[in-house]
Design a binder for this molecule. Structure first.
Ligand code: 13P
Ligand code: SF4
Length: 293
C-alpha cells in the first residue's frame, strides 16, 4: 500500500480482516463516494462492488481506481438499462429521474440526480417536483414514498440479498429473543421494514447501534456487517441471520494484495458517460451528505 501510495476504501459489508485489518476508510456508499472525492493517494483500491469503484473513478478521474474482482456486481445495477429509463421518461414526461447509486455509470449518465440509502428522502424532496421516477430499487422507493408527499414512480429492481428476509422470521426472532432490537436496511421488503425498530443505511445502522447500545440487536442486512460491528461492541449481543452478498464476498485479502502488486483491475469509464454521470452524483453531493439515516 505504501509502495503504491494507495488508499483502501472498504464498504461496511467487507469481511472483518478487510474492514478492521487493511482498510483506511470504511463506510456506506455515500461516505465512500465522499472519500473518493477527497482521496489524495495515487491509487484507490475500492473494496466493494463494481458500481462503487465506478463512482470513485467518476468523482476522481485522475486517480488509478482498482477493484480486486471485476465480477463483483449488484443485482440492482443489473436490473435497469438505458432503454428502461427512456421508457419511464416517455411514460411520465417531465418527471425527474432519481437514481440509486447502485447502478452503472451509463445509468447515472441518463439520470437527473443520484441518491443513496442515507439521503434518498432528502434528494427526492430537494427537486420540488410533484412526482419523481425512482429507480431501480422498488423497496427503497416504497420506503421513500412512505416518508414524503411526493408521488414516487417505481421500477422493479430488487437487492438479491435483502429481498430474502421475511417478516414472519423477524417475528419469530422477537419471540425467541425477548427485548431484541431489530434494525433494517431500506432495501428490505416493506413488510420486513414494518417489523423493524429502526431503518437506515449501513452506516446509519452502525451509528444507531452505537447511539442506543441495545442489549441484543439484529441487523437485517448483509451479515458481515454484524461481524464488524460486534467486534467493536463486545458488550452487545448480535443475533445473526446470515445473508451474504455473493458479489461483496468476491473481495478478499489475497485479491487486494494482487491488485496492489499488479495494479489490476483498473476501472475505466468512457469520458462522455463519466461527465454526465458526474453531474448526477455531484448534484446529490450538493444536496445531501446524509441526514444520518
Ligand atoms: P449503503 O449505502 O447503505 O451502504 O448500501 C449499499 C448496499 O449495497 C446495500 O446493499
Ligand atoms: Fe447489490 Fe444487494 Fe449486494 Fe448491496 S447487498 S451490493 S444491493 S446485491
Amino acid at each position: 500500500k505504501k509502495e503504491r501510495n494507495a488508499v483502501i476504501l472498504a464498504h461496511n459489508y467487507m469481511t472483518p480482516e478487510i474492514y478492521h485489518g487493511v482498510a483506511d476508510v470504511v463506510g456506506d456508499s455515500l461516505q465512500l463516494a465522499i472519500e473518493a472525492t477527497r482521496a489524495e493517494a495515487d491509487v484507490i483500491v475500492q473494496c466493494g462492488v463494481h458500481f462503487m469503484a465506478e463512482t470513485a473513478k467518476i468523482l476522481n478521474p485522475a486517480k488509478t481506481v482498482l477493484i480486486p474482482d471485476m465480477e463483483a456486481g449488484c443485482s440492482l445495477a443489473e436490473s435497469i438499462t438505458p432503454a428502461g429509463i427512456a421508457e419511464m421518461r416517455a411514460r411520465y414526461p417531465g418527471a425527474p429521474v432519481v437514481t440509486y447509486v447502485n447502478t452503472s455509470a451509463e445509468i447515472k449518465a441518463e439520470s437527473d440526480i443520484c441518491c443513496t440509502s442515507s439521503n434518498a428522502v432528502e434528494i427526492v424532496e430537494s427537486l420540488g417536483a410533484g412526482r419523481v421516477i425512482f429507480l431501480p430499487d422498488e423497496f427503497l422507493g416504497r420506503y421513500v414514498a412512505g416518508r414524503t408527499a411526493v408521488e414516487i414512480i417505481l421500477w422493479h429492481g430488487h437487492c438479491e440479498v435483502h429481498e430474502r428476509f421475511r417478516a414472519e422470521d423477524l417475528r419469530a426472532y422477537r419471540e425467541s429473543y425477548p427485548g431484541i432490537q431489530i434494525f433494517a436496511h431500506p432495501e428490505c421488503p416493506p413488510d420486513v421494514l414494518a417489523e423493524a425498530d429502526y431503518v437506515g443505511s449501513t452506516s446509519g445502522l452502525i451509528r444507531h447501534v452505537e447511539a442506543t447500545r441495545p442489549e441484543r440487536v439484529m441487523l437485517v442486512t448483509e451479515c458481515s456487517m454484524s461481524d464488524n460491528v460486534a467486534a467493536e461492541n463486545p458488550d452487545i449481543e448480535f443475533i445473526r441471520p446470515c445473508n451474504l452478498c455473493p458479489h461483496m464476498k468476491r473481495i478478499s485479502l489475497p485479491g487486494i494484495l494482487h491488485s496492489l502488486e499488479t495494479l489490476e483491475y483498473q476501472i475505466e469509464v468512457d469520458p462522455s458517460i463519466a461527465a454526465r454521470a458526474r453531474l448526477a452524483v455531484e448534484r446529490m453531493l450538493e444536496v445531501g451528505r446524509g441526514s444520518g439515516g
